[in-house]
Design a protein around this ligand. Sequence first.
Ligand SMILES: Nc1ncnc2c1ncn2[C@@H]1O[C@H](COP(=O)(O)OP(=O)(O)O)[C@@H](O)[C@H]1O
Ligand SMILES: [Mg+2]
Length: 382
Amino acid sequence: MITYESVTKIFGKGINTVTALDNVSFTIPKGEVVVFLGPSGCGKTTTLRLTNRLETLTRGIITIEDKNIMDMDVVQLRQQLGYVIQAIGLFPNKTIAENIAVVPKLLRWDEERISKRIDELLQMTNLDPELYRDRYPAELSGGQQQRVGVARGLAADPKILLMDEPFGAIDPINREEIQNEFLKLQAKLNKTVAFVSHDIHEAIKMGDRIAIFEKGRLVQYDTPEMILTQPKNKFVSDFVGADRALKVLGLMRVSDIINRKPKNILQGADRSPDALHSLGVKESSYGIVLEQNKPLGFVTQKTLKYEDGPVRDVVESYPIFLSEKTPLRDVLSSMLMYNTPTFCVVDGEKNFAGTVTYNDIQKAVKASYADETENVETEVVS
Ligand SMILES: Nc1ncnc2c1ncn2[C@@H]1O[C@H](COP(=O)(O)OP(=O)(O)O)[C@@H](O)[C@H]1O
Ligand SMILES: [Mg+2]
């Protein structure tokens, strides 16, 4: 856990001062990833560098596990804090192994322990030790160098990682991959992570919480859902961006809006005229056809009008099925692609679990905007 209490940092003296951080207070809970987000110059890097005492506080207190960092020996402090910066941070004249070994060497680990740890870390970050140990950074791609940067930050198994735009220099496709790898790793390691980013997509993806800074002030500290659906003011909503609806849908999953008991369920053995009648009563233009609780597909009233046999003979199949975990953004995109306004959700055994309709998705988006309008109004009044 890291706490920031009324943290202020002023650079320079006399008339040339810059207030990089102004009275910032928040707590990073143990085992969580908190993303520091905001435009260039808002104080993100300064917050990190105050934490490992690469900069000195002007006012306020920073504590780590309830200990004031100013009362700690600076070398010991930094040993507890893994520091990951853009790949440029690797020593070009040291091999990958030597780069990773920097902190363990400072800690005077013996050679064998260091060597074992290097292999372990390379494997952890998806680099084959046999291949990469003895290479130099310039022989690696940007993404590979960044993996080494992460490995180096983790070398002495610190409880806390400070990461300053760690994936910022990597092309979008490799960035996506290394972000996913890091999330997998974090699920195992449960580090407390302060992660600087200026990219809202990255923040939503990586952060358990997001701290949004504007000109040295902390404007909002919340979960990604709250930042997206209830931005505190115009700065946050502008920063979060106009395609917010899609981002909200990226955060929500089928399980959030699934209809588990749709009224328009038919059985494969139902006779078409009966099925037509039942859909008429329920005022539904189509029915979902199940056979032994597995969805076969759907039939429309139009089709049923000219049929006499069981509905299973005239059923149209769905191009895909959803799982409860599918993000709504993917569902929407499939609906557009297949021109299908409803999809069935199935469980692991392909049993019917419910439906998601285009209308339900639209409602979910509208609800998130409704919350925002209320919020902005109170903001104006207060
Ligand atoms: N060593 C320094 N001396 C003077 N001003 C600095 C120094 N480091 C940062 N600043 C200023 O502090 C502000 C915040 O910088 P920084 O924390 O690096 O922003 P960010 O990481 O959010 O882009 C900026 O106005 C920057 O110019
Ligand atoms: Mg910065």
